[in-house]
Design a protein. Sequence first.
Length: 686
Amino acid sequence: MSGDGADTGGGRRFTSILVANRGEIACRVLRTARDLGYRTIAVYSEADREAPHVGLADEAVLIGPPPATESYLDARRILDAAERSGAEAIHPGYGFLSENAGFARACAAAGRVFIGPPAEAIELMGNKAAARRRMLEANVPCVPGYQGTEQDDAALSAAALEVGLPIMIKAAAGGGGRGMRLVRDESQLSDALRLARAESLNAFGSDELILEKALARPRHVEFQVFADRRGQVIHLGERDCSVQRRHQKVVEEAPCPAIGADLRERMGSAAVEAARSIGYEGAGTVEFLLDEGGRFYFLEMNTRLQVEHPVTEWVTGLDLVALQIAVAQGEPLPLAQQDLALAGHAIEARLYAEDPENDFMPGTGRIELWRPPGGEGIRVDDGIVTGQEVTPFYDAMVAKIVAWGPDREAARRRLVRALGETALFGPPTNRDYLISILRHEAFVAGEATTAFVSEQAGELVSRPALSAFQRAAAAAVLACRAENGRSHAAAVCVSPGLLGWSSSGALTSHCRMSVAGAVHDLSVTMTGTSFRVSGEQGHSTVEVLQDDGSKAEIVLDGAGHRVVYRTASRAETWLAFDDRMERLVDLLAGSGDKGDSGGDACVRAPMHGLLRAIHVSEGDRVMRGQRLLVVEAMKMQHEVQAGIDGIIHSISRAAGGQVAAGEVILEIEPVETTGGTDSGTGSEKA
């Protein structure tokens, strides 16, 4: 597909591609482009100097400091990098500038091919109000709602009541859950409009709103469409993206378990008509809501490659990035609609650096170990390596684990197994949360709707105490490290010298470890290559077998298990079992958890990020639960509250600067209360 710059079929030939993105999507696009023989150019911020996508490209260009607004979102810097590197085409990936009509136009003005749809299509579908109006004109079913130009509170309130509650208020100019409010009662309407309008203006620079009737427990079903520059438009089947948390997709699959051939044909035809009606070109996704009665309604169109495109690639056997590149050069689509055939089932889980047990707060810090899974039917799209820093500047998604099987249940089982073999030690992750979703009876039955995650929130996040196996395995790991003299602080704790070790007598040691806030006291007796672990709940025999430096086979009471573990510091060890990943603190190795020393009196930054605001001053009296400061990271703002009643003793940082995870921002001098009011403050210790 390379050439000399000639026009063919409305497209211009090119031989080099700049990928205007980072992380796993940059790696994914670069691999296909390289496989097709193109010269590839990566761009990177100062925070991403050591990121994998930089090394994958033939050339890499530094485009600015870590904040996305000064690097990946700066169109001028991207185009300058294209000019300096001689890149003839630009692939935007997803996010950042991928749905920016102005950037698409700027690429054309600079003589670069934008590997995406026309700017006019991006602009039209980027506004929910305009998109709804166009879809209604094209006879594509839409959720009952309001997309008018009258935007004052009176007009919107009247329209909401006419459509009927409950209703969704949405920002016309954006997505991702920002500027979105669900209103169930008329008394909530005024405040919801005000908040949605303010969020929309802050996030997207526009306060235009639309209204949509809120459907009860719908499925979120999207169709992958493709159009070439010769007018051919087809769909590549659907994806079910109903498993969402706060309107953000978590697990996606293809095909949808609730759709048969007839409904697929009708929804696919509507998706194709939606794309054709706006003169679309390239890859796009038409999203629908599917209600319990089988009725479907247009939701929005994403004018780019989707995060979840791998599941479509699995079941169709197509490389969507290769198709994008071909279409951008004017080549015709290689198949017609009647040629589409779906084979098997694929499910994708998004791995985020976030803490489900702490309200999904984004996690940052050094990756002590990244070990992705492998095996038949498993695909991993990632953009991280061991030793890399997860920074607060970008989205929290670090990888996608995808499984294919001949049927849905086979794909689900493979994905559960693959996640159990996935180890990302360092920042907190949602790995165990994903396993809980995939094992939940509603998901197993293919019955998950967009209400699934919120309805099962407590059950999905809940983590039981360590099992007898997990306690025994953890104790054996710590005992193994003790035997090695704790000399390999940065290596996997299985010494070759341990294998075949024998002694005429048994050595018994005491193990005291902290896991997820719980302290476990166990005794460990070493006999040959085995460990006998005893505690209040009985005893077990564990044998640790070396595998490959980051994975060990553990035989517990005669049954084999696979455990990944790594020592991060003198007292800290990470373990990944089949269904949970934990950080162990060896309480006999010296210091405990880094948060122990300060207690509630030391208020620390919960993550790396920008210290957006401090709401107290030295000498202020505060109560437990009172808001103290706000840290911004990964596009979200997180409030930090007081853990005790007291007086602000000292403040060590000022608002506006970057802070590191665990850094002490202020200290509270505790003040005891007696349960009643104190000096007229009206406070009461909770």
